[in-house]
Design a protein around this ligand. Structure first.
Ligand SMILES: O=C(O)CCC(=O)C(=O)O
Length: 273
């Protein structure tokens, strides 16, 4: 279903840039099948009968021109689970981040229709202050050909070395999707170098949890869909007391007597043997 071997050159590129963009990852024969899962899921037709943890856009209810998002669709759909929990994703994230293994902390389905609005620049690790260590690696898998005018993912080269700031501003459809990025870069006196993820459907982009990224408006007549695995180290734990931010949703999986990220809710993808 997925194939990639991480070598030293790729690790060096990732360490330098804070991201890694490659043209081949998911085998072509799966792409149509995965794309076909999007509409039923956003219509609330869940194969397993379980609702995803976050379902931010509903057919017939929400505006047509925004980016549609579901988090943890793996609980609702077996094919989504097969992809986002693939051991190659865990192995690649671990090797790029120098971890000994990886768990899935969250998945995303992102659907930017023609005219679909932007997502504000942010750092993924800023949202997981309820995890120790507060780090993350993301595997972003486009299911359609992506380029600048489809509102593809954009990275700021080297920004994983700028430190971490708490999440600020609007994530969905902000007026200026680069506002928080520009404010932060100005504050720490850094130049912004944007790199667009431009790959065919089935390609991949990995990024460090501190890398600034966001995406613009889809100016084409084509849909732009992506499926995403957000990973943490295999031995990461719940923060014992931080329960704000996105923890408001995920703290329900914390047991009273333990800080463990239970594999039932945070699947183990890969561990060094
Ligand atoms: O697909 C996008 O436009 C944004 C994706 C994103 O923020 C992420 O995968 O961390």
């Amino acid at each position: 279903m997925i194939s990639l071997k991480i070598n030293k050159q790729l690790i060096d590129n990732f360490s330098h840039d804070g991201f890694l963009i490659l043209e081949n990852f998911i085998f072509a024969k799966y792409l149509e099948k995965i794309r076909n899962r999007f509409e039923p899921l956003f219509k609330g037709k869940f194969e397993t009968g379980i609702e995803p943890d976050e379902w931010n856009w509903k057919f017939g209810k929400d505006p047509k021109d925004v980016t549609r998002q579901i988090c943890n669709a793996w609980k609702s759909d077996r094919l989504v689970f097969e992809i986002v929990s693939n051991k190659i994703i865990g192995e690649c994230c671990s090797k790029l981040m120098n971890w000994k293994g990886a768990k899935l902390i969250q998945d995303n389905l992102l659907w930017k229709p023609p005219g679909g609005k932007s997502l504000g620049f942010h750092q993924d690790a800023a949202y997981d202050d309820w995890i120790i260590p507060q780090t993350m690696a993301t595997c972003w898998m486009p299911l359609d050909d992506v380029s600048k005018n489809t509102g593809t993912l954009e990275y700021v080269r080297g920004s994983h070395k700028w430190g971490l700031q708490p999440p600020k501003g609007k994530f969905h459809s902000p007026d200026d999707y680069k506002k928080e990025l520009k404010n932060f870069a100005k504050k720490i006196n850094k130049k912004i170098e944007i790199v667009y993820v431009e790959v065919p459907a089935g390609g991949v982009a990995f990024h460090h949890g501190r890398t600034w990224h966001g995406s613009g408006i889809n100016e084409t007549l084509s849909h732009r869909r992506a499926i995403v695995s957000h990973c943490v180290p295999h031995d990461a734990k719940f923060h014992p007391t931080n329960i704000g931010g996105t923890a408001k949703i995920y703290k329900k999986y914390k047991k009273n007597d333990s800080n463990e990220l239970d594999e039932k809710y945070f699947p183990l993808l890969w561990k060094e043997s």
